[in-house]
Design a protein around this ligand. Structure first.
Ligand code: KG4
Ligand code: ZN
Length: 341
């Protein structure tokens, strides 16, 4: 084997998806994910159930990732794992597993910050061009909404963030109001494609230029639905596509407005998106439009690297490996971690 052949195993278990991925010199060889169906009927993630499902999934998922990569576990150079932020019980499963495997194979252990990993997924060696430094990343997920300025792989500065709910929560909670299953983001996206985005109007929150707020919008939508149902009990069924399109249009408008403010403030026109909500078709369409209208260069991850996945953990591990940034075996999981930690 060539000395320059670096194989890293990435493990992700911060929320409700158990993932394992093998990366070879920046190229993903396998990216296995076990989604946990169990939460769907509860309308949100139940931490205790998530932790138990990770325990059941982690061995077969890791096994599958190594097998699919066509290597033996002895070929691995390091084990990278998500340390945080996330649900403590979930993080602990990945952390302890990664530690034992690294110890057993006598190879380095690398801790990965989940927020950094969402952003660094842009450096996976695939057909997409990676963003040049400095660039702006809008990280939009079920737990976070941030505008981050990235000046180097591990030099990140938060320029703005949500003061209440995350944008993914806004999608999921409004979907719940509409009686849709969890996670509701992809469903709103699906119905929105058949609806009129201007059918219903919602007002945008008034917050600092680079900060976000979604809790008011959620309440506004709740009252809007309740009032309309009083007049017509079938209001949701009869207008689902238009309601979803209007909600999505409002949310994406807020995101685009904030990016415009960030470009104005920093002068940086290289714009990336990351996190589960970056799978949304409308934000993707609007960013492409911004290339033509405002001269931005935009970086949109492949679908498999938007929602939680281990490929993003593996690339972050690889970049840290090149820098000799290993972690000590006494490292512990951390539920709260900032993007610049
Ligand atoms: O990054 P992620 O998998 O987990 C966290 O780190 O939070 O993001 C999950 C979030 C959920 O809120 C889900 O509804 C949202 O991403 N999401 C979407 C779409 N696909 C996933 N939201 C809007 N449109 C989508 N197509
Ligand atoms: Zn995530």
């Amino acid at each position: 084997m060539n000395k320059k052949d670096i194989y890293i195993l990435g493990i992700e278990s911060s929320c409700d998806d158990t993932g394992a991925s093998v990366i070879h010199n920046g190229k993903i060889l396998s990216n296995v994910i076990a989604n946990q169906e169990v939460h769907s009927k509860y309308g949100g993630v139940i931490p205790e159930l998530a932790s138990r499902a990770h325990q059941q999934n982690i061995v077969p998922v890791v096994h599958e990732a190594i097998k699919e990569a066509g290597i033996a576990k002895e070929d691995l150079n390091a084990i990278a794992f998500t340390r945080g932020p996330g649900l403590m019980g979930s993080l602990l499963v990945g952390t302890s597993f990664a530690k034992s495997l690294a110890f057993g194979l006598n190879i380095p252990l690398i801790d990965v910050n989940h927020m950094q990993a969402h952003i660094l997924a842009h450096f996976i060696d695939d057909e997409n061009t990676p963003p040049p430094f400095p660039f702006i990343c809008l990280t939009i997920s079920g737990g976070h909404t941030q505008i981050v300025k990235i000046t180097d792989y591990f030099e990140m500065e938060v320029l703005g963030e949500t003061i209440d709910d995350a944008v993914g929560e806004a999608f999921d909670k409004t979907a719940k109001i509409l009686g849709l299953a969890y996670p509701g983001g992809p469903l709103i996206d699906k119905y929105a494609q058949l609806g009129n985005p201007k059918a219903f109007q919602f007002t945008k929150p008034k917050v600092e230029p680079l900060n976000f707020s979604f809790s008011g919008l959620k309440t506004q939508i709740l009252y809007f639905i309740q009032n309309n149902i009083k007049e017509n009990p079938n209001f949701i069924e009869e207008n689902l596509n238009d309601i979803c399109a209007s909600i999505q249009y409002t949310i994406v408008n807020i995101l685009i407005d904030k990016l415009k403010n960030a470009v104005k403030e920093t002068g940086i026109k290289h714009i990336a998106i990351a996190g589960g909500v970056s799978a949304n078709s409308e934000i993707r369409r609007r960013l492409k439009l911004a290339e033509k209208t405002w001269g931005w260069t935009t970086y949109i991850p492949k679908f498999e690297y938007t929602t939680d996945n281990a490929g993003m953990v593996a690339i972050t591990g690889y970049l840290k490996y090149l820098n000799n940034q290993y972690s000590n075996n006494s490292i512990s999981a951390k539920a709260r971690l900032k993007v610049d930690d």
